[in-house]
Design a protein around this ligand. Structure first.
Ligand code: NAP
Length: 251
């Protein structure tokens, strides 16, 4: 299927590295005007340079999604500048806590929530208000297969992703009759900075690979293609769903 996003305006929250970066490039290759965010201007400039080598023009907006005011004003600025927002990819995510549930602190919990769930919800709300006014829009959140499978030493992360899946269903219900679709992608284990530690740890890496029927980690492009599909009219009859893309890990 040839997916065309010509004339669409897309914002990728957390588009400077990994899955987000590939989503930026894939959405732009499909024809969308893409604006992406991250906290690091250096990372953002690298993406702009990489896109430019591919003949693609993308724009960056540097803000921390945990800062609700900064996020809201950046989203408003996108709409002021480009006249609308058709696609939001809520991708930014962190997972710095690696400890058993009995050792999780309130600070750990709040840190994860502030980015992965609270930050992304208010970004979705901010973009969603514009989409509701326009009467159309597509929102794609990036969850994780761990939200259905669970994982050891990652309880706050998993809780944010489970919350994201519930949010996806409820937002879809609330906004379906006003033209806004809300879906999610739940990746398995993908070759990005987030899984670098695991992939560098020989025995852990072997154990993880043994659980992957396709015998390898996924690539960011393999998640980005699902994000592009859900962003586009090719998925016009889909809302409220979170699709697992995990090489069979969850089987
Ligand atoms: P990554 O390589 O670490 O990239 C994370 C992205 O999020 C970067 O662009 C980063 O930009 C941005 N980000 C992080 N915190 C932010 C903040 N507070 N404000 C704004 N942007 C922020 O991660 P990834 O592996 O691509 O993961 C992307 C998403 O997929 C996450 O939601 C993650 O939970 C999910 N996921 C990943 C995997 C996997 O195996 N990799 C599996 C399941 C789910 P800056 O550093 O420039 O701020």
């Amino acid at each position: 299927m040839d997916i065309q996003l010509d004339g669409k305006v897309a914002l990728v929250i957390g588009g400077t590295r990994g899955i987000g970066k590939e989503s930026v490039l894939s959405l732009a290759k499909a024809g969308a005007k893409v604006i992406f965010s991250g906290r690091s201007a250096n990372n953002a400039n690298e993406v702009i340079a990489e896109a430019s080598k591919l003949g693609i023009d993308v724009s960056a907006s540097v803000f921390d999604v945990a800062d609700i005011e900064a996020t809201n004003s950046a989203i408003n600025k996108v709409v002021e500048e480009y006249g609308k927002i058709d696609i939001l990819v809520a991708n930014a995510g962190i997972n710095p806590i690696f400890k058993r549930a009995e050792h999780v602190t309130p600070e750990d919990w709040d840190h994860l929530m502030s980015v992965n769930l609270r930050g992304l919800f208010f970004a979705i709300q901010s973009a969603g208000k514009h989409m509701l006014k326009q009467g159309n829009g597509s929102i794609v959140s990036v969850s994780s297969v761990t939200s259905v499978k669970g994982t050891l030493r990652g309880l706050p992360y998993v809780a944010t992703k489970g919350g994201m899946d519930s949010m996806t269903r409820t937002l879809a219900l609330e906004w379906a009759d006003r033209g806004v679709r809300v879906n999610g992608v739940a990746p398995g284990y993908i070759e990005t900075d987030l899984t670098q530690g695991m992939r560098n740890h020989d025995s852990l890496n072997d154990m993880m690979l043994s659980k992957m029927p396709l015998g390898r980690y996924g690539k960011s492009e393999e998640i980005a293609s699902m994000i592009v599909f859900l962003s586009s009219e090719a998925s016009s009859y889909i809302t409220g769903q979170t699709y697992i893309v995990d090489g069979g890990y969850s089987l």
